[in-house]
Ligand binder design. Structure first.
Ligand SMILES: Nc1ncnc2c1ncn2[C@@H]1O[C@H](COP(=O)(O)OP(=O)(O)OP(=O)(O)O)[C@@H](O)[C@H]1O
Ligand SMILES: O=P(O)(O)OC[C@H]1O[C@H](OP(=O)(O)OP(=O)(O)O)[C@H](O)[C@@H]1O
Ligand SMILES: O=C(O)c1cccnc1
Length: 483
């Protein structure tokens, strides 16, 4: 993002804790925090990791300026020593993360911050905000993209959600994340300018209503944009009026050496209407005119339309994409947990032991078969290399163990993206992140991206990490008052 996030975009408790750490001299202890989520959104079994670039921009640009310090001073909560500390605050730590566009799973550390406690703590709120939201939207886009690309005739998704997204910033970041997840364009012009996403669009019903007749409206639009007209054909009657009028205008354009780009359906049974529209367009020699559809679309409607033989080329998806709304969506519940302080692993116990954090510094490995298909992910201790044949453990159920296949390769899934507060590599173009996400989605085991009851991809703890966790649980339980 070109507009830096304010350093005050944080929860007050980050600042009060930070002031406390400073007061007690704890702020410079090296801390390690892991960011992860526990459940995939939308009833799926995966997520598409997005927002990393925004997070790195935030970490590298974060500064407290006079106006921020003046506001904090006015709160009358903080002393001058703390405000002076904030004035020179810079993020100087290390960040290890999955590359943006990776396909990721519950209960594996997606991003790890290793920094002085005073730095690592402050950034929790903004990191979670940026990464939870963009990962949610990229995942929703990937689901729609995979449904659309299941059509034997091909099909793509464009993002139309600006008018219904959660605020302007939500709309912009949704457009960015949707593009990573597989949307090929956005109607949001500012997102086009900021992120280089192709901008696309048709026209609204108001355009048709603004002219004396539908055909007059279509002619006027086609005159104005002779090589880029997609006409909305449902204002009066899709098959009896909109489509015949669009065909007339397409022939008129062709007579002048131009081509109608498409027609848009925005109501009714999109499978039936698109089949009929395709027949009528083809019958009129207009095989190249595309059929665009919109109207409360999501991955399930797209899938249904395709199963019914629908002939839609471009799906314009708005509300349900840009808001991440719908079944099992709304928000991604990513968390950011302290896992090590200095050289001491840290752990939070919960009544539900499956939700207890996994202590220590870690690495994440992705096991692949000969064809490159991902088999499972293994989270190990930092210095440990899981071996083929080793028993690995389900983090949610220690009784559930499995052997790492004998025939697999283990690749390190994350890389160092910030070192001493500086980027280790330049930002990748968004189109590369999109291509990477698409290729990673193709390398998943069969059934993982299925909409209904998907295959659950396994994330497991290595022997070393599982024994550290079990030992710490036993020690913490023994130390608990009343034990
Ligand atoms: N073939 C289909 N399979 C599944 N869902 C579909 C299909 N065609 C359309 N839909 C979806 O059905 C929902 C409602 O469609 P409906 O036909 O009631 O809307 P509409 O005609 O546009 O009504 P309104 O004018 O109130 O918008 C929309 O979410 C639309 O995306
Ligand atoms: O349905 P969504 O997935 O949110 O996609 C965007 C919707 O926004 C527009 O409708 P709107 O009623 O706002 O305006 P219109 O007059 O152009 O139809 C468009 O026609 C789509 O139906
Ligand atoms: O260009 C379109 O057709 C469009 C843009 C935003 C929302 N609905 C439709």
């Amino acid at each position: 993002m070109s507009t830096p996030l304010s350093p005050l975009f944080t929860d007050l408790y980050q600042l009060t804790m930070l002031a406390g750490y400073l007061r007690w001299g704890l702020h410079e202890q090296e801390a390690t925090f892991d960011l992860y989520f526990r459940r995939s959104p939308f009833g799926g079994s995966y997520a598409v990791w997005a927002g990393l670039e925004s997070a790195l921009d935030y970490l590298t640009q974060l500064r407290f300026e006079d106006e921020h310090l003046a506001y904090l001073r006015n709160l009358q909560l903080f002393d001058e020593a703390f405000l002076a500390y904030l004035q020179s605050w810079r993020f100087s730590g290390e960040v290890i993360a999955f590359p943006e566009g990776s396909v990721v799973f519950p209960n594996e550390p997606l991003l790890t911050v290793r920094a002085p406690l005073g730095e690592a703590q402050l950034v929790e709120t903004a990191l979670l905000n940026l990464l939870n939201f963009q990962t949610l939207i990229a995942t929703k886009a990937a689901r729609a993209f995979l449904s659309a690309s299941g059509s034997p005739h091909g099909g793509s998704v464009v993002e139309f959600g600006a008018r219904r997204a959660q605020g302007p910033n939500g709309a912009l970041l949704a457009a960015r994340a949707a593009f990573i997840g597989g949307a090929t364009g956005t109607s949001n012009v500012e997102a086009g300018q900021r992120f280089g996403i192709p901008v696309v669009g048709t026209h609204a019903h108001a355009w048709v209503e603004a002219f004396p007749s539908e055909i007059a409206a279509f002619r006027a639009y086609a005159d104005a944009f002779p090589d880029d007209s997609t006409l909305l054909i449902d204002t009066f009657d899709t098959l009896k009026s909109g489509l015949p009028n669009a065909i007339t205008v397409a022939h008129e354009l062709a007579g002048r050496g131009h081509a109608l780009r498409g027609v848009r359906l925005d109501s009714g049974d999109l499978a039936y209407l698109s089949r009929r529209a395709r027949e009528m367009l083809d019958g009129a020699g207009l095989e190249n005119v595309k059929i665009v559809a919109s109207n409360d679309l999501d991955e399930f409607v797209i899938d249904s339309v395709i199963r019914e033989g629908g002939r839609i080329d471009v799906y314009g998806v708005g509300t349900r994409l840009a808001t991440g709304g719908g079944e099992g969506g709304g928000a991604l519940g990513g968390v950011y947990k302290l896992v090590q302080l200095g050289s001491t692993p840290k752990m939070k116990l919960t009544a539900d032991r499956a939700k207890s954090t996994v202590p220590g510094r870690k690495r994440v490995w992705r096991a692949r078969d000969e064809a490159g298909t991902a088999l499972l992910d293994v989270v190990s201790l930092e210095g440990e290399r899981p071996q083929k044949g080793q028993l690995v453990t389900d983090p949610a159920n220690p009784l559930n163990r499995t052997r790492l296949p004998e025939r697999c390769t283990l690749e390190s899934a994350r890389r160092v993206v910030l070192e001493a507060g500086k980027r280790t590599e330049p930002a990748s173009p968004l189109s590369e992140l999109q291509a990477y996400a698409a290729s990673e989605l193709r390398r998943l085991p069969e059934g993982t991206t299925r909409l209904l009851n998907p295959h659950v991809y396994r994330v497991a703890l290595s022997e070393g990490l599982q024994s550290l966790r079990a030992r710490m649980i036993a020690e913490l339980e023994a130390d608990a008052p009343g034990a």
